[in-house]
Design a protein around this ligand. Structure first.
Ligand SMILES: Cc1cc2nc3c(=O)[nH]c(=O)nc-3n(C[C@H](O)[C@H](O)[C@H](O)COP(=O)(O)OP(=O)(O)OC[C@H]3O[C@@H](n4cnc5c(N)ncnc54)[C@H](O)[C@@H]3O)c2cc1C
Length: 446
């Protein structure tokens, strides 16, 4: 069967594209029913949720951010544009109510000619959209080098029983090298996670340390890559949206709003192509133009991310403090919001209709979920082969006994000699913990 549009991936970006295709025969393909497996900590601007009419998914609203630095905490007033946390399942299912599409639960394997190959057959369409997240399953079958794991950030998180009233971020290189920890309150609990901006992604140890410091324990873990740099928005006949197009913002890791914003823009353009108002080539050019206009924000945040990673701690902290002061804070917030203004989003259609208006009801999939690259647990630890280090130089790699991270002995942040043996640490904080109780980390217990 031939469709007007095939959208691979039915999360934020894929559903946003589909929501703007009112007069088209659309096939939406995902390995999971929409909303089933969270891909995010689900913090976004309250304006996004309100504009789409998805208030039902709201978990908690926050009007300030807290930046925890090595010696102090800076607060950023966002009451002019509050942030919030949402429930992934409610949010996606709410978005899906505005979608008229057939849904196929299947694993997309790639492109073959003009067809999308899945484990449930091959499907054809006039227009193809890749919204499969950082893996860019369609895009990378056209350009295998599209997905460069070593250039992405990587994060994992869990839910813990801690209340809070601000979105919290920890930038403390002495505890989390080249990374950040976060605390996103969701009512009676919080989503707490850690991410690395660098290629070293062995994060479970750091998540445990962060949780221990906050007095809570780890439960189920999920996570994945933050793309952190733009990729081409089209490749051959394929439109890429959301993380597949690298549209998650560097530094802040905000990817939901861009996925929705560019997704809706892409859907509106595709509808014009299908209506004959634009040729496919003009449609691709129009989508490039939408993305190109917003490129400066990616450039700026990418630069700031590099500065925070490379500059001495004191400079990074002064920068954060300056950003939190008025009148700069208000200006920054305005500019950051305007990059993909919630007011430009189109509200979800048909929210009063229940259930979702789709060819196949969500959740009635006829095939078991495939777990091979699940977002959970141990599989999320990067393998040594994923590291930017590559094969050469691996002989100088040691394992930080506290967090388990791989550390290049020549560039270790700290070292300690214990019973005649040298240990290498990714951060000063790990060394301090080790020296307090070496036996705990060497398997001997306290
Ligand atoms: C730990 C973590 C926390 C984050 N927290 C936030 C946050 O609080 N706020 C924020 O704005 N951003 C956050 N982000 C970034 C945000 O999650 C992403 O930018 C956003 O999810 C991108 O949406 P997307 O629709 O492009 O991709 P995704 O949400 O990743 O969705 C991709 C979809 O494609 C499907 N898929 C993938 N491969 C296949 C295949 N082969 N076949 C079929 N289907 C497939 C998946 O099942 C999924 O439904 C976070 C990211 C991480 C890793």
């Amino acid at each position: 069967m031939t469709y007007d549009v095939i959208i691979a991936g039915a999360s934020f970006a894929g559903l946003a594209v589909a929501s703007r295709l009112a007069r088209a025969r659309v096939l939406l393909i995902d390995r999971k029913p929409p909303g089933e497996e969270p891909t995010s900590a689900c913090g976004t601007l309250l304006g996004v949720v309100q504009r789409l009419g998805l208030e039902e998914s709201l978990m908690q609203v926050q009007d300030r951010l807290a930046f925890h630095l090595t010696t102090r905490t800076e607060r950023f007033d966002v009451s002019a544009h509050p942030f919030c946390t949402v429930d992934y399942q409610h949010f996606c299912r709410g978005l899906a109510k505005g979608v008229t599409a057939e849904f196929l639960q299947a694993r997309v394997q790639g492109l073959e000619g003009d067809g999308v190959v899945t484990d449930r057959g091959r499907f054809q369409a006039r227009c193809l959209v890749d919204a499969t997240g950082w893996r860019a399953q369609l895009g990378r079958s056209l350009r295998p080098s599209l997905v460069e794991r070593e250039k992405m950030s990587f994060g994992i998180e869990t839910v813990a029983p801690r209340r809070g009233d601000a979105l919290g971020f920890w930038f403390d290189p002495t505890q989390i090298p080249q990374g950040v920890a976060w605390f996103f309150p969701i009512g009676g609990a919080a989503r707490m996670g850690v991410a690395s901006y660098a290629s070293n992604g062995h994060l479970k140890g750091h998540l445990d340390i962060f949780l221990e410091d906050q007095g809570v324990a780890r439960s189920a873990v999920h996570g994945g890559f933050f793309t952190a740099r733009l990729r081409p928005p089209t490749l051959g006949p394929v439109f890429l949206v959301g993380d597949a197009a690298g549209q998650c913002l560097p530094l802040t890791g905000e990817g939901i709003r861009p996925a929705l914003f560019f997704g809706q823009a892409c859907g509106a353009i595709l509808q014009r192509v299908l209506d004959g108002e634009l040729t496919p080539a003009e449609g691709r050019a129009a989508y490039w133009a939408v993305v190109r206009r917003r490129r400066p924000m990616y450039w700026l945040l990418g630069l700031l991310q590099q500065i925070l990673l490379k500059a001495p701690i004191s400079i990074g902290e002064r920068l954060v403090a300056a950003v939190c002061r008025e009148p700069l804070a208000s200006r920054i917030l305005r500019g950051y919001v305007a990059f993909a203004d919630p007011a430009e989003l189109t509200p979800v259609r048909g929210l009063d209709d229940a259930p979702a208006r789709t060819g196949q009801a969500w959740g009635t999939a006829s095939q078991p979920a495939v777990m091979e690259d699940s977002h959970t647990g141990e599989q999320l630890e990067r393998s040594p082969g994923d590291s930017a280090q590559g094969a050469e130089g691996r002989e100088t790699m040691a394992k930080d006994p506290v967090c388990g991270m791989e550390v290049d002995e020549k560039h270790a942040a700290a070292t300690a000699v214990y019973q005649g043996q040298t240990y290498y640490f990714c951060a000063q904080g790990c060394r301090d913990r080790f020296l307090k109780d070496p036996k705990r980390y060497l398997g001997g217990g306290s």
